[in-house]
Design a protein around this ligand. Structure first.
Ligand SMILES: *Cc1c(COP(=O)(O)O)cnc(C)c1O
Length: 402
């Protein structure tokens, strides 16, 4: 996280913020590592600033929990980890098409994902020109139709890359399109047909490589859903994002591992007021009080990453109680109906995501209501929200500022 000039030291927890429980990240990594066993590596996927949690603290916690390498989406994300002193292998999962980008990979010891000979030859030229060897990973498209070479080309490409003396093939991988699909109730143990087909194609390539005695490096296929779904998808490594942050990629996979959500979103009440019945609240008066009401203004809005589509559907937690948000969510503020919660007063800290008492709100609760997925909720929080290390001894509900 870059420092936030708009927040003076000591004021980080006054308005709205994210507490990041790195202990939860470490525990999740450990639980995943235990589930995949000693012969499978854990790649912690920390793209998009560690799914909004802060890439560097997440990466350190994941290493402590047993991850051995990292996946990022962009060059900048990889460089950020290197500048923080992290020296574990880093794979850039996104496509890098320009020679300057690949040169930067070489400079920062980042492994690019290549989808064909064009990129392989660029790497060969760059590395041989500077007298070094560049590690790359070959991506194969087995049924996602995004990045990667056609899987049928796999054996030929691996053979051709092995001919390049300045390129080292560190891995061969593919990506699942559908691993979070609910299981067929008649065949609950089988993976869905799409995943099965992708796996068969991946297997066909690996078999070919074995027969021709071609080294593939690290072979990997599974994201969080694939990792939780079936051990036959694990191969030499799994690439885990969402589960590392404590969330299940699908309801039917929720019980597979005990995961702890690492993100707790808090904001402060800045004003309370009592109003009569029939008062319209916020822009467009999309809510009218139906009784004399006590409203509470909370200092967080859609410019912080709370989706405006959740207007009139959001709930927040305070002292184990659920309070409804009412009216349109605005750029910087939202309003609660606190009529049934007399204890809520100016200065109170409410929880928008996370646990309070025996109540808990998950990103999935939001995403189900506004037609998206928990991934988008997590990486939708803006820079304006400070990401702070949660102090376990304080709990996740600091009442007094500072
Ligand atoms: C983002 C990403 C992952 C991680 O996905 P999750 O579902 O969050 O575990 C794995 N592999 C690739 C190629 C990715 O882009």
């Amino acid at each position: 996280m870059p420092d936030l000039p708009m927040v003076e030291a000591g004021l980080e927890r006054y308005r709205a913020w994210v507490d990041v429980d790195t202990g939860a990240i470490e525990a999740n990594a450990r639980a995943i590592k235990r589930a995949i066993g000693p012969s499978t590596q854990l790649m912690a996927v920390v793209k998009a600033d560690g799914y909004g949690h802060g890439a560097v603290p997440v990466a350190r916690a994941a290493l402590a929990g047993g991850a051995t390498c990292f996946g990022v989406a962009t060059l900048g994300e990889g460089i950020q980890l290197r500048q923080a002193g992290i020296d574990a292998p880093i794979l850039v999962l996104g496509g890098l098409s320009q020679p300057e980008e690949l040169r930067s990979c070489l400079r920062w010891q980042l492994m690019p994902t290549i989808s064909g000979m064009r990129e392989a030859l660029l790497c060969q030229n760059l590395a041989s020109g500077s007298g070094t060897v560049m590690a790359v990973q070959l991506k194969l498209d087995t049924g996602m139709a995004r990045l990667g070479a056609a899987w049928q080309e796999g054996p030929r490409l691996v053979a051709a890359i092995h001919e390049l003396d300045a390129v080292q093939l560190a891995g061969v991988y593919s990506h699942l399109a559908n691993a979070d699909a609910p299981p067929d109730p008649r065949r609950p143990r089988q993976v869905d047909p799409c995943t099965r087909e992708q796996q068969q194609r991946f297997e066909a390539v690996l078999t070919h490589l074995r027969q021709q005695n071609l080294q593939a490096g690290v072979r990997h296929l599974a994201n969080s859903a694939g990792t939780l779904r079936c051990s036959s998808l694990h191969y030499d490594m799994v690439r885990v994002g969402l589960a590392l942050y404590g969330h299940s990629p699908a309801r039917h996979l929720a019980g597979v591992l005990e995961l702890q959500p690492a993100m707790h979103l808090h904001a402060r009440v800045t004003l309370t007021r009592t109003v009569p019945a029939g008062v319209g609240v916020s822009y467009g008066h999309r809510f009218h009080t139906t009784r004399p009401s006590r409203l509470a203004v909370v200092a967080i809005g859609y410019a912080d990453g709370v989706p405006r589509q959740l207007s009139n559907q959001l709930e927040v937690l305070y002292r184990g109680q659920r309070l409804p948000q009412v009216g349109a969510i605005t750029m910087d503020q939202l309003v609660l109906d606190a009529t049934d919660c007399p204890a809520l007063d100016v200065g109170a800290v409410v929880t928008l995501l996370g646990r309070d008492g025996d109540q808990e709100i998950h990103p999935t609760d939001w995403s189900d209501r506004c037609g998206t997925i928990p991934w988008e909720i997590l990486c939708g929080f803006k820079l304006r929200l400070p990401r702070l290390a949660a102090h376990p001894e304080e709990g996740s509900r600091p009442e007094a500022p500072g």
